[in-house]
Write a protein that binds this ligand. Structure first.
Ligand code: PMP
Length: 469
């Protein structure tokens, strides 16, 4: 079936730009508009993307010469900013050995080292690591772990998942089935997505006292559905793309106890929250609990390459293996370049913070006991800067709520954001932001200094004011 071609000349009418072409940027924009599909976009897209020529430190350099402070860390990933010399060197060094080899029947040092490090730094009890290509795939793997664990235990009736509303776990089909049914795009998939068990969204805020009746609701839901659910999956402490909401860690402890009582697995999706973003290295640490399965992604490679991981406990591994093999094996599993840069990124985060103005050096090991590691110094500084900078935003007309946790700042409006107006206002203020729904939010790269953070906060205020009332 052939659909009508969008208006305008065909694909060969806009030649690829050559070096020295003075219309290079215009040609690239035109080719992009014509051929490239962007995230959550129609064709042609409603808003033309900005053309980025390069990025360094916390700044994006646009083709038209403007420089923007990056308020998004490339969607939670680029925690060290861009062109970090230690991360660049890790990729180059690995490139000199091999870019990739298959992982079936072969292994290599970058993957083995990464797995060992992840076991060391994640909550105690997680001992086995499945490396895969993206966050959504790691959620798929975690779900398979849950289903296969129950099969291995002789409980084929436990085929569903349970979660709370307001969550987000990725765009492939099983992860979509546990995303928030209201805010996500569930309406497109009615009759397609598997039906899962939902409880209401966690109430309150990170610091608000836990709600006793909600704690009881969680425990009751797990008990009532225990015979049909393989696992409960949640984002601990911060629900990201589902609404940028924070909750009290007591709800995670309640889930831990309730799932353990019924041998239902508990999966934490820390794809967004991992690697320091919430003020703890992993958000699970706020609650002091270990899930049965943990998903990591995004900042795992410092934003350099796509890589994710699903970690599990020995009990889960034994349960699955009783029934056979774990049924997953992506082509680019354990990609050596991605593993090498992940090792370097984690090394930088764990090292002692460098003295002000010092050149970044490759970490030689974790910060000694009693010394605050680099990630924590950075996240505390950004948290303080966001609290100061965003406090006045709370009183602006049309602002419903302002909240900050770790290196995450959120301004929630009382109406949907006008994406074009809000983006333009932020860019005029020298900052890259990507608001969605009623949310203008930031999670800056950790090297953002006080001036950068203050500028981001001013840009968020400008973006809020720019949304028509
Ligand atoms: N889980 C969470 C909590 C996420 O924030 C995301 C990405 N926004 C995903 C899963 C999916 O990750 P990816 O985009 O790498 O597939």
């Amino acid at each position: 079936m052939s659909a009508p071609r969008p208006a305008g000349p065909g694909p060969t009418s806009a030649p690829l730009p050559v070096p020295g072409d003075s219309h290079r940027a215009d040609r690239l924009r035109e080719l992009d508009r014509r051929h490239v599909w962007h995230p959550y976009a129609a064709l042609p897209p409603a808003m033309a993307p900005l053309l980025v020529d390069s990025a360094a430190g916390v700044r994006l350099r646009l083709a038209d010469g403007r420089e923007l402070v990056d308020g998004m860390s490339s969607w939670w990933a680029a925690v060290h900013g861009y062109r970090h010399p230690v991360l660049d060197a890790a990729v180059t060094d690995q490139l000199g050995r091999m870019a990739h080899v298959m992982f079936g029947g072969l292994t290599h040092e970058p993957a083995v080292r990464l797995a060992q490090t992840l076991v060391e730094i994640t909550p105690p009890g997680l001992e086995h690591v499945f490396l895969c290509d993206s966050g959504s795939v790691s959620v798929e793997v975690a779900i398979k772990m849950g289903l296969q664990y129950q099969l291995g235990r002789g409980r084929p009736g436990r085929r569903k998942l349970a979660t709370w509303r307001g969550g987000y776990h990725g765009d492939t089909f099983h992860p979509m089935s546990v995303c928030d049914p209201e805010g996500g795009m569930h309406h497109l998939w009615r009759g397609v997505l598997p039906a899962q068990v939902f409880v209401s969204a966690p109430p309150g805020d990170f610091a608000a006292a836990p709600d006793e009746s909600y704690l009881a609701e969680l425990v009751d839901a797990v008990a009532r559905h225990a015979d049909e659910i393989a696992a409960v999956i949640v984002e601990p402490v911060v629900q990201g793309t589902g609404g940028m909401r924070f909750h009290h860690p007591a709800y995670l402890r309640a889930l831990r106890e309730a799932t353990a009582a019924h041998d239902v697995l508990l999966i934490f999706d820390e794809i967004a929250t991992g690697f320091g973003r919430t003020g703890a290295f992993f958000a699970a640490e706020h609650a002091g609990v270990t899930p049965d399965v943990l998903c990591l992604g995004k900042a795992l490679t410092g934003g350099y390459l796509t890589l994710a991981a699903a970690l599990c406990t020995p009990e889960v591994a034994v349960g699955i293996s009783a029934g056979g093999v774990l049924a997953h094996g992506p082509t680019f599993m354990g990609n050596p370049l991605a593993c090498a840069v992940a090792n370097a990124s984690i090394g930088l985060l764990r090292a002692a913070a460098p003295a002000a103005g010092a050149e970044p050096v490759a970490a030689t090991g974790p910060a000694p006991a009693g010394v605050v590691p680099a990630w924590q110094v950075a996240v505390r500084r950004i948290e303080a800067g966001l609290r100061d900078g965003l406090a006045p935003v709370a009183t602006l007309p049309g602002v419903r709520d302002v909240r900050v946790l770790g290196a995450i700042g959120v301004v929630q409006l009382d109406r949907p954001v006008d994406l074009a107006a809000a983006t333009a206002a932020a860019v005029d203020a020298g900052v890259w932001l990507r608001p969605f729904r009623d949310l203008i939010y930031t999670m800056p790269p950790y090297p953002a200094d006080d001036d950068d953070v203050a500028r981001i906060a001013r840009a968020m205020a400008a973006a809020a004011v720019a949304v028509p009332r």
